[in-house]
Design a protein around this ligand. Structure first.
Ligand code: ATP
Length: 277
């Protein structure tokens, strides 16, 4: 399988905190990868680096085009679909209007966007809610809207930050089904989760992060073999048994939402619309 995204020696520092510490990572077309780790392990920072929202303090992240060229990932954001922790929806718009707004900024015809959205919305049992205003949406409904928005422009890779966080059992299952559907269609997905069992259900490959570093990257069997353990949970414990750092983030939610909005919308025109989230 051909390489799609790679990071070389990537480090991300916030003052004296090294959130990501020398990460080398390669994602190939068709990979379904789970990025697993505890609180503060560096998963969100790594995903933000991989999608070009953050620039590395050291090292580089490249997108590999089908023509065999390597370009800095922030130059090719339209190739990526991102579902951030904070969904950043416009509450005065309906779910479909949020999605259409995003697809128009990517130059997608409305009827193409609608057909694509409807297909995935059906998979998420969300088609009936597409014309509802997002104000008052539950976390799960916001997550589903953000997922549809991330898929509408036909990205080559989907990056999901805790996509099932806050979802009920059935909805979480639907998201996993959707990821499997994307895999069957040859899509590439990386998603972060605290839950090893969740990653095991969907991913062929699991990356365990701890204290900003990759502790292991392999199939579930490889993880168990290399730690001589009999379950993934034991493997995880063996790989992350040193003390985890516990420093807290100090980042106002509203600032983060604004960052995501300007990242997700490739034009400054979006500033005409206010966000209430
Ligand atoms: P969680 O599962 O709790 O969301 P995570 O694995 O996603 O954690 P990150 O959010 O990437 O971890 O955080 C990694 C480290 O970087 C933490 O120590 C965090 O406090 C720090 N950090 C992340 N973002 C910032 C920021 N914008 N400013 C300062 N420190 C940050």
């Amino acid at each position: 399988m051909s390489v799609l995204l790679s990071s070389k020696g990537v480090e991300k520092r916030f003052s004296d905190i090294v959130a990501v510490d020398g990460v080398d990572l390669t994602l190939s077309r068709g990979d379904i990868v789970g990025l697993v780790g505890g609180n503060g392990a560096g998963k969100t920072t790594m995903l933000r680096l991989l999608c070009g929202l953050y620039r590395p303090s050291e090292g580089s992240i490249s997108f590999h085009t089908e023509e065999g060229l390597q370009r800095p990932v922030h130059e090719l954001r339209s190739k990526l679909g991102v579902v951030p922790e904070s969904t950043g929806l416009y509450h005065r718009l309906t779910a479909w209007e949020n999605i259409r707004y995003h697809s128009r900024l990517h130059g997608i015809e409305d009827d193409v966007a609608w057909t694509r959205t409807l297909r995935f919305a059906k998979a998420l049992d969300f088609a009936e809610d597409l014309h509802r205003h997002t104000r008052g949406f539950s976390r799960g409904m916001r997550q589903k809207t953000a997922l549809l928005r991330a898929l509408v422009h036909g990205p080559e890779i989907l990056l999901l930050d805790e996509p099932t966080g806050g979802l009920d059992v059935t909805s979480a299952r639907m998201v996993r089904e959707l990821v499997r559907q994307l895999r069957a269609e040859g899509g590439t997905v990386i998603y972060s989760t605290h839950h090893l069992a969740e990653a095991q259900l969907v991913c062929d490959r699991i990356i365990i992060m701890h204290n900003g570093q990759i502790r292991i990257d392999g199939t579930p069997d490889e993880l168990m073999d290399s730690t001589q353990t009999e379950s993934l949970e034991e493997a995880y414990v063996a790989l992350t048994s040193d003390v985890a750092r516990t420093d807290a983030k100090d980042e106002p939610e509203s600032k983060l939402s604004k960052m995501w909005r300007s990242f997700l919308t490739p034009s400054s025109r979006n500033r005409e619309v206010s966000e209430d989230e």
